[in-house]
Write a protein that binds this ligand. Structure first.
Ligand SMILES: [Zn+2]
Length: 234
């Protein structure tokens, strides 16, 4: 007990009986105990001395600088499970067949969407015609100019150009996250469920998802988005 080592306003250490006592004593602060104040417990990682999960996380994690695409993925209007897949995709950590093939040479490495190329992140989300058709349809649908870049270059380009929180920027960022999610889902459905949809059907699913999200955050009535939505939907 702590009171066993406190005597008035000074420490009263027993003769060292174990390595633990020596260790504790070496870590004790240099000041003496204050006998007229009630003992209390303080959580040192937080500024107010009160425990919180965020302060515990902050004390454990190693701080890294923010990546330039941070706000492309995480923004207040995002769809969390789709942002999560986009986050993994940008980091190149989805279990694409090129990655699986590195540790299992017997695994199939061919893209299930085209059955001809190596399935990589860049190929899956941008380089194959199936996906290009999807992107073209979505961006045309919303009246956004198509920027013909490859996957990595596109992420950097979008991080630079899609800044701010205007309705149009929010809609564009939603397009990216929702499209990547649905392409990944289509790929998984083909592999694990044996189902297959055309690029047009996938694009329609993407546009529907974006439309629902825009409605739920009251952006569908924004003049620019409403114009494109109403013209294309009719
Ligand atoms: Zn392919």
């Amino acid at each position: 007990m702590v009171n066993a080592i406190v005597l008035g306003d000074s420490w009263s250490w027993p003769a060292a009986m174990s390595i633990d006592i020596v260790e504790i004593r070496s870590r004790m602060p240099s000041y003496n105990p204050i006998s007229n104040i009630e003992d209390s417990i303080h959580w040192l990682p937080s500024s107010n001395g009160i425990y919180s999960a965020s302060s515990a996380l902050a004390s454990l994690r190693v701080p890294y600088p923010l990546v330039p695409w941070f706000k492309l993925v995480w923004f207040p209007q995002n769809i969390p499970r789709m942002s999560f897949i986009l986050w993994i995709a940008i980091r190149g950590r989805l279990s694409t067949r090129d990655r699986i093939h590195k540790y299992d040479p017997r695994a199939v490495s061919t893209c299930v969407l085209c059955n001809s190329h190596l399935e990589s992140h860049a190929h899956l989300f941008f380089e194959y015609l199936f996906n290009r058709a999807i992107w073209t349809q979505i961006l045309k649908y919303y009246g956004f100019p198509w920027n013909s870049l490859w996957w990595n270059d596109f992420i950097i380009w979008a991080s630079t150009h899609w800044r701010g929180n205007t309705p149009i920027i929010v809609a564009k960022k939603l397009c990216l996250g929702v499209a990547v999610y649905h392409i990944w889902r289509e790929r998984n459905c083909r592999i694990f469920e044996g189902t297959q949809r055309t690029s047009l059907v996938v694009a329609r699913s993407i546009i529907t998802t974006i439309g629902c999200r825009l409605s739920s955050i009251n952006l569908k009535d924004h003049p620019f988005i409403a114009l494109n939505w109403n013209v294309k939907a009719n």
